[in-house]
Design a protein around this ligand. Structure first.
Ligand code: PLP
Length: 463
C-alpha cells in the first residue's frame, strides 16, 4: 500500500514530513463505516455514539482508556461467517484474537465453533459453556497437562504440530481410554500478508510440519498407525491480514496434493481440511476487505476444483477467522493528555493508555486511524502522532493521522478496529492497569472484562 504526503498545511508544518499517511480526509468529522463498528454514528451534538450510547457517557461510567465492543456488530459478523459457509463447513473463531466468557457465549449462541491455543483459553471456553466437541486445540508446544485436560474434556479436535506431539497425544488419549480426533498442521511453503504472498521457502517457522521433503507425509503415516488417534484431516494457516486469495489457492493446491498422496499410499480419504484464519480487515480507509460470503465462495470453489482435479471427494472445510470477526467490532476510547507540537514535524498527542493496550503498532508497524469523538470540530487538519504514557519512545498507538488542530487536553479520541490482538496482547508495562472491555448493545453498556486494579497487580507480587 503506498501512501503519500499531502500538500495541505497542518497547524505546525508548512511542508509535511515523510510518513505513512494519506491525504487528510475532506471532513475530519466523518466516520468511515469501513473502519468503525456497525452501530457507530454521531448524535445531533456531534458526540459519537455506539449501540445507542454516547462516548462521553461511556467514559464517565467506565473511565478511559476502555475497549468498547459493539455486541450487535460482533454477533452480525459471527452470523455472516456462519451463514456464508453454511452447514457443509465449520467456522472456528480464533480465540487468540480476543476471548472472554461473554465472547464465548455469543459465539455459542451464533453457532460458531472455537479455536483455543492454551490451557487458559480452553478454561475460558469451557467455563462459559462452549461444548467441548466444538473446540479445536492448537499450539506448537502444548504441555502434557494441557493435552491431558483437552482430551479429558472431550475437545472436538487437537491440531498436531510436531512429531513429538503425535506420539504424546496418542499416548495420553490411550491412557485415558480414548481415541482423539486430530488434524495435522502442515506448512505448505506459502506465507501471505496483506496484499502479497510468497510461495517459496516459508517452512522456516515454528508452526506445523513441512510438506517439503516428505515430512508431512511421514507425519500422516505415523498418525495413522497410532490407536489413540483418529486422523480427520490436514490443517494449514498461511498468514495474517490477507486480502489476496491467491495464497489460499496455492495452499489448497498443496494440501489437496497431500490428501491425494495419502489416498494413493493408504487407501484413506481424509474427510476434513482446515484453511486457517488470516483474513484481513480495514484498519484504515485504504484497506478493502472482502465480505465473508465472497471469501466462503472463493475458498469453497478453490477446494472443490482442486479435489475434482485429484479425483477426491471434497472434504469438509473449516476456517479459523479471528481478526475478521472481532477486529472491526471494537474501538479504544482514550482521553487526550499532553499535546506537543514539534515544528516542521508533527504534533504528539499523548493518551492515557498506549503500547500496553495496543502493542500492534510497535510490534508490527501496524496502521490505525483515529478520530475526535467527544465533539465535532471545524478546525483544519493537524498531522498527529498518537502516543501512550509509557517509558518508551516506540510507545506509538497511531503513527500518522490527521486530527483537528483545535484538539485539547480532556477531549476524547478513539482508535477504531482494535477488537483483535489488542486486549489479548495487553501488558502491564510500567504497571499500567489493563483497560476494561465494555460491551454495548441496544442502549446498554456492560463490563465484560473489568479494569485491572492496583490490588490485582499487588496480589501477584508476593515477595
Ligand atoms: C492457526 C491459526 N488459526 C487462526 C488464526 C487467526 O488469524 P486471524 O485472527 O488473522 O484470522 C491464527 C493466527 O495467528 C492461527 O495461527
Amino acid at each position: 500500500m503506498s501512501r503519500s504526503a499531502h500538500p495541505a498545511g497542518p497547524r505546525h508544518a508548512d511542508v509535511l514530513p515523510e510518513g505513512h499517511y494519506s491525504a487528510p480526509p475532506a471532513d475530519l468529522n466523518t466516520l468511515d463505516p469501513k473502519v468503525w463498528a456497525q452501530t457507530v454514528t454521531r448524535d445531533q451534538d456531534g458526540v459519537v455514539t455506539v449501540g445507542g450510547i454516547d462516548v462521553k457517557a461511556l467514559a464517565e461510567e467506565h473511565g478511559t482508556p476502555a475497549y468498547i465492543v459493539d455486541e450487535t456488530d460482533f454477533r452480525a459478523r459471527a452470523r455472516a461467517w456462519r451463514s456464508a459457509f453454511g452447514t457443509d463447513a465449520d467456522v472456528f473463531y480464533a480465540g487468540k484474537a480476543f476471548l472472554s466468557r461473554a465472547i464465548v457465549r455469543w459465539l455459542h449462541e451464533e453457532g460458531l465453533n472455537l479455536d483455543v491455543c492454551s490451557g487458559g483459553e480452553l478454561a475460558t471456553a469451557l467455563s462459559a459453556g462452549m461444548p467441548a466437541d466444538r473446540i479445536a486445540f492448537h499450539g506448537n508446544n502444548k504441555s502434557t497437562e494441557e493435552i491431558h485436560r483437552a482430551i479429558e474434556a472431550g475437545v472436538g479436535r487437537i491440531v498436531l504440530d510436531s512429531f513429538q506431539e503425535i506420539v504424546r497425544v496418542a499416548h495420553i488419549a490411550q491412557s485415558l481410554g480414548k481415541r482423539q480426533r486430530v488434524q495435522i498442521r502442515i506448512t505448505v511453503g506459502v506465507e501471505a500478508h496483506t496484499h502479497e504472498f510468497i510461495a517459496t521457502a516459508h517452512e522456516d517457522q515454528k508452526f506445523g510440519i513441512p510438506l517439503a521433503g516428505g515430512q508431512a507425509a511421514e507425519a500422516v503415516r505415523r498418525a495413522l498407525r497410532l490407536d489413540g488417534l483418529e486422523l480427520i484431516g490436514i490443517h494449514s494457516h498461511i498468514g495474517s491480514q490477507i486480502f489476496d486469495m491467491s495464497g489460499f489457492e496455492v495452499a489448497a493446491h498443496r494440501v489437496v496434493g497431500l490428501l491425494k498422496d495419502v489416498r494413493d499410499e493408504h487407501g484413506v480419504e481424509l474427510p476434513e481440511i482446515d484453511l486457517g484464519g488470516g483474513l484481513g480487515i480495514a484498519y484504515t480507509s485504504d484497506d478493502d476487505p472482502s465480505e465473508p460470503h465472497e471469501i466462503a465462495k472463493a475458498l469453497t470453489e478453490i477446494v472443490t476444483r482442486e479435489c475434482e482435479g485429484a479425483k477426491l471427494r471434497t472434504p469438509r472445510i473449516s476456517v479459523e477467522p479471528g481478526r475478521a470477526i472481532v477486529g472491526p467490532t471494537a474501538f479504544t476510547l482514550y482521553e487526550v493528555g499532553t499535546i506537543k507540537p514539534l515544528d516542521g514535524l508533527r504534533t504528539y498527542v499523548s493518551v492515557d493508555g498506549g503500547m500496553s493496550d495496543n502493542i500492534r503498532t510497535a510490534l508490527y508497524d501496524a496502521e490505525y486511524s483515529v478520530a475526535l469523538v467527544s465533539r465535532t470540530s471545524d478546525a483544519g487538519p493537524m498531522l498527529a502522532r498518537v502516543v501512550g504514557k509509557h517509558c518508551e519512545s516506540g510507545d506509538i498507538v497511531v503513527k500518522d493521522a490527521f486530527l483537528p488542530a483545535d484538539l485539547a487536553p480532556g477531549d476524547l479520541i478513539a482508535v477504531p478496529a482494535t477488537g483483535a490482538y489488542c486486549r489479548s496482547m495487553a501488558s502491564n508495562y510500567n504497571h499500567v492497569l489493563r483497560p476494561p472491555v465494555v460491551a454495548v448493545n441496544d442502549g446498554e453498556s456492560r463490563v465484560i472484562v473489568r479494569r485491572e486494579t492496583e490490588e490485582d497487580l499487588l496480589r501477584l507480587d508476593v515477595g
